[in-house]
Design a protein around this ligand. Structure first.
Ligand code: IP8
Length: 202
């Protein structure tokens, strides 16, 4: 498989105001897109962007316990189904905004979601929250065609518990294993790596 130059993670807290429902930090999205454009323009053509959900998706997912899914063998509740629909609507709104800014900045960006992908069998699936099928072929096709795939933290269909949440960080782990990029860059709203949320004492 041809090498991947770079995977860039745009943190959800950096792109949005995490405590205000569906509130974009428009300036931060612009800055992040400009950085990706610079990287791409400097020759890092085989580049994948993954972004977190921030205040798009997390509220709906929490309210409807989408991450817990449904107990094995029991009927899926209408409330859980609605939660999945609302969460997806919200995360896809954000990915549209992020991809829009990337394209405006000159990056040939194409958004790829976890639940619905370009190919019917290219979807990501989990089993008890662990990725059991990753839509790598779709990401590869998009890269090989000269586009920058944009993935995001999403809901996934789970073979045991109906659904769960798949974070952007988990997606990156899988992509890094499959594509062995030269580097993975994390753009966050804090300087460095912390052992607990940086707004909490200790
Ligand atoms: O912000 C969560 O993705 P993350 C995705 O990368 C959701 O943890 C809430 C659907």
């Amino acid at each position: 498989m041809a090498a991947v130059d770079c995977i860039v993670k745009l943190g959800g807290s950096a792109l949005t105001h995490k405590d205000q429902l569906e509130t974009l930090r428009a300036g931060a999205v612009q800055k992040a897109a400009a950085l990706v454009a610079k990287l791409h323009g400097a020759g890092e053509r085989r580049c994948i962007v993954v972004h977190g959900a921030g205040s798009f998706g997390h509220f709906q997912a929490k309210q409807h316990a989408v991450a817990c899914g449904s107990s094995t063998g029991s009927a899926v509740s209408p409330r859980l189904r609605q939660g999945l629909c609302l969460t997806r609507l919200s995360v896809t709104k954000l990915t549209h905004l992020v991809t829009d800014q990337l394209v405006r900045s000159g990056v040939p960006a194409v958004s790829i979601s976890v639940v619905i992908q370009l190919k019917p069998f290219g979807t990501w699936k989990t089993t008890l929250k662990n990725v059991s099928q990753a839509g790598i072929d779709t990401v590869k096709d998009v890269l090989d065609s000269g586009y920058v795939p944009v993935l995001h933290g999403d809901c996934a269909l789970d073979l045991e518990q109906h659904c769960c949440i798949l974070s952007g960080d988990t997606i990156i782990e899988i992509l890094a294993q499959k594509f062995s990029p030269r580097r993975v860059v994390f753009l966050t709203d804090v300087s460095g790596i912390y052992s607990c949320p940086p707004d909490k004492p200790g």
